[in-house]
Design a protein around this ligand. Sequence first.
Ligand code: PEP
Ligand code: MG
Length: 569
Amino acid sequence: MIDFAIAATGTGVVAGLGYAPALWVKPAPVLPAGADAVVPEEAREDEAARWKAAVETVAGRLGARAAAASGAAAEVLGATAALAGDRGLQRTTLKLITAGSSAEAATVAAMAQFIAKFQNLGGLMAERVTDLGDIRNRLVSELLGLPEPGVPTPESPIILLAEDLAPADTATLDPALIHGIATRLGGPTSHTAIIARQLGIPCVVAAAELAGIDDGAMVLLDGAAGTVVVGADPAAAAAQVKTDAARRTAVQSWQGPGRTRDGAVVELLANVQDGAGARAAAQSPAQGVGLFRTELGFLSAQHEPSVAEQAGIYSEVLAAFPGQKVVIRTLDAGSDKPVPFVVHPVEENPALGVRGIRLGQGDPGLLARQLDAVALAAEQQGVTNAKVMAPMVATIDEARDFAAACRARKLSPGIMVEVPSVALLAEAFLAEVDFMSIGTNDLTQYTMAADRMAPSLAALTDPWQPAVLHLIRSAAAAGVSGAKPVGVCGEAAADPFLACILVGLGLGSLSMAPNAVAAVGLQLESVTLEQCRQAAVAVLRCTSAAEARATARELLYPSTPENFQGVKK
Ligand code: PEP
Ligand code: MG
């Protein structure tokens, strides 16, 4: 346990400890005085050429980094490189240059317009704002002949501190030298979090008090607790880091299957978004797919794919886990996941609007065609009773109608527990369907009335909030009394300590990002079912998220490396 002064507390997004001197990311370039002077007409063509050359250089550099990176890093870098060369951005900037702006001033002004546009769109688009700011800074630096802004390349280990990180920064991070990352902004789904997860670098985001930490201060970062500590006793910190290193080594070699130390079975499943993701997940210790987010494959689809096309996509995911559990979720389009072919009116408050199963109000055929496609895919893959799950269910009638539509196609119906109404009346809902899966991301958002995409609300959108835990308990209890499977497929399942609490509450399956499975499995193997139950009872008595988290750590933390090695296979 850490018992020193906590300098900053945020949201821990990648578990692990790092102890090293702090180093801040370099600030963005500042426009020199006179950059806003009007460029004479005869020089404007050259100015445009200068801007185009800068874009080419910056996009080229980002593209080269994308080519050198792999996985999610390559994807986000590639997307940022594409954004740098975006035609709309080009048109807007060149128009400003033609009207007399300098290339630097036009870059800043055009980007400000795009940033405002993305912010207004909200959701996932708003998360790209950091990327746009990053491109602007790189372009301005290039135009001013300054070195690239961004992450320093240290020669010895550091804890990297930043306002927020852009993909171009994070994708080139070297885990051998960057022993931890802490940012003032960002949320659990920001690029910082995604890349840190991929690289396995302990990471804390949304840590508002970071600004008080100076370069060079020795920092102990705890990515599980979400804390950044200054002034830790060096020997004690080194011992904690050593214990954690043993844990991380054990995580790398963990193979599954999921169970507690005394052998209670816990299904550990993967969240995927397409066939490629499912095939990658099949290489992890995941024992199936607990959540296939079908809408994520359609975020840029202008037209609804035909039943046959959809069946092809769903088949790929079923084929990646032959004979194993695969839960296909019907379209959860809307709000932070706009799908172009799903048209519905502009809403004041899209998270509370027409999304998920509610889309059927305007277009009942959409769900019918998707269920037909799932049934076809199941037939093609020889899967009987394929599992299908509806998002955003709020009423028992919705659950009943969905179940009937599934059963008519010989599909096994389930619903997500994302709206508090379902958790409160869990028994009655579960009576209508075959299984339930708790979507803790939305359940937390709707219980706490806090936008899950808002970094400034990260303390509220925390599944350790006592009210959320009590609703989870209600849903879990319905599963036990109704003898039907109830699991979790929100981010909460990926938190090793929270996973133990969920098991202690009676949940039998946990579905998460594939790269989180091993850490959760290892943690579960280090505790008994009874320990999980007792910890769950203790946590339910807590009155704050921080107290709940600390209580669970206290009761479940395997304090010596041996705890990770003595598990009987
Ligand atoms: C959830 O809400 O917890 C969930 C798993 O669904 P999504 O994150 O796709 O909204
Ligand atoms: Mg959800």
